[in-house]
Design a protein around this ligand. Structure first.
Ligand SMILES: *[C@@H]1O[C@H](CO)[C@@H](O)[C@H](O)[C@H]1NC(C)=O
Ligand SMILES: *[C@@H]1O[C@H](CO)[C@@H](O)[C@H](O)[C@H]1NC(C)=O
Ligand SMILES: *[C@@H]1O[C@H](CO)[C@@H](O)[C@H](O)[C@H]1NC(C)=O
Ligand SMILES: *[C@@H]1O[C@H](CO)[C@@H](O)[C@H](O)[C@H]1NC(C)=O
Length: 334
């Protein structure tokens, strides 16, 4: 019984995708001097397939462990809640990761969470309040769709492959790479480490022809799909602490599904840890906090038990149901 439902869930995910630059006058992200050594980072939940008996929304535990290994605690950011839930949580957590998966980028509650938190992130940064965002795979695609204001994804045929990054000249002066040790950069450049699990992506030509994207993000790497399409694989926002990878840094150390090509070499693990440390380092620059230790503890994802099964894509998954205050039944449209 359990097996069937999880298997269905896995099929749903694979059907739906598994994820479906010249700078303008460069503006530096303001320097933040805060050091918050108790960072708490959100991970956005997304809807499961209809009828999943495990719950209405989920996040793979790989993202949770990925953040925890770098010294963050994790809060699940619920889907379908009223706006006040997000503004309140935003003031208490220190960053947010949009994970991969299979949700719609224009009509899901995951997409709605994305738009709300993205807006809050921009507003905060403009007021000198640091709050970093990271998008991985579907999360990366979501950032593109939000910034572009429309869905610009095209087919790239890049499921189940590990690739070295094709760095864009000047990548080493980006915030994400400027402090990367030389060996980490070399591994990324020469070894098949970055795991790609997406059918769609943002083509380099489409990106360059879209002023909203081109003026907002600095591209540090591209890759080529099995169909020859050249797509954006790593970027950061020029003016905002927003980062994205089309590939999956959380899989190397935390996804052991043998049906996928995932690089677990020592080099791959060190590369992945670099990105986790970088992002959690950004979260340490945020001074947001819960009003009390009790409220902080009650909000952590540690309050929930993940479901472990080797039948799904992720093996270990947190499921949460919509709360009674959720507005999830109101269909969200971009
Ligand atoms: C979600 O609700 C369903 C139906 O009430 C229940 O079977 C399931 O265990 C719940 N899941 C979680 C994670 O609470
Ligand atoms: C985000 O901000 C944009 C531009 O200010 C606005 O059009 C949009 O409605 C906002 N979206 C949400 C979900 O708050
Ligand atoms: C992933 O690729 C490997 C190696 O080519 C192959 O054995 C495996 O079946 C593929 N998995 C999926 C889910 O396509
Ligand atoms: C992982 O990367 C190493 C080099 O670090 C390479 O030798 C190996 O073939 C790669 N494994 C996979 C599964 O891509």
């Amino acid at each position: 019984m359990e097996t069937t439902v999880l298997a269905k869930f896995a099929v749903f995910l694979s059907l739906f995708t598994l994820c479906m630059s010249v700078p303008f006058a460069e503006v530096q992200v303001p320097q933040f001097s805060i050091v918050n050594d108790r960072p708490i980072v959100g991970v956005a939940l997304q809807e499961t397939s209809k009828g999943s008996k495990y719950g209405d929304t989920y996040v793979s535990a790989t993202y949770v462990k990925y953040l925890q290994q770098a010294g963050a605690r994790v809060v699940a950011v619920r889907a379908g809640e009223p706006l006040e839930y997000y503004t309140d949580l935003f003031s208490k957590i220190n960053g947010l990761l949009f994970p991969g998966g299979g949700a719609s980028l224009t009509e899901s509650q995951y997409a709605r969470t994305g738009r709300i938190m993205y807006n809050l992130t921009l507003q905060a940064a403009e007021n000198g309040d640091m709050f970093p965002l990271w998008g991985t795979c579907l999360g990366f695609e979501l950032l593109n769709v939000i910034t572009a204001g429309r869905n610009i994804l095209k087919e790239t045929d890049t499921e189940n492959v590990t690739l070295p990054l094709d760095f864009v000249p000047g990548f080493e002066t980006s915030r994400l790479f400027s402090k990367a040790p030389g060996d980490i950069v070399q591994y990324l450049q020469k070894e098949p480490i970055t795991q790609n699990e997406h059918k769609y992506g943002v083509l380099v030509d489409d990106f360059n022809n879209n002023p909203k994207l081109k003026n907002f993000y600095r591209v540090m790497s591209t890759n080529v799909g099995k169909n020859g399409a050249k797509f954006i694989s790593t970027f950061e926002a020029f003016k905002y602490p927003i980062y994205g990878t089309q590939w999956h840094p959380e899989k190397n150390a935390f996804n052991w599904n043998p049906h996928y090509v995932i690089n677990h070499s020592e080099h791959a693990i060190r590369v992945a840890q670099y990105f986790a440390n970088f992002f959690v380092g950004q979260a340490r620059l945020s001074s947001h906090h819960f009003p009390s230790v009790e409220e902080e503890s009650a909000a952590l994802i540690d309050n929930y038990d993940p479901v472990y099964s080797t039948d799904g894509t992720f093996y270990e998954t947190y499921f949460l149901n919509f709360t009674r205050s959720a507005v999830a039944n109101n269909h969200f449209h971009m």
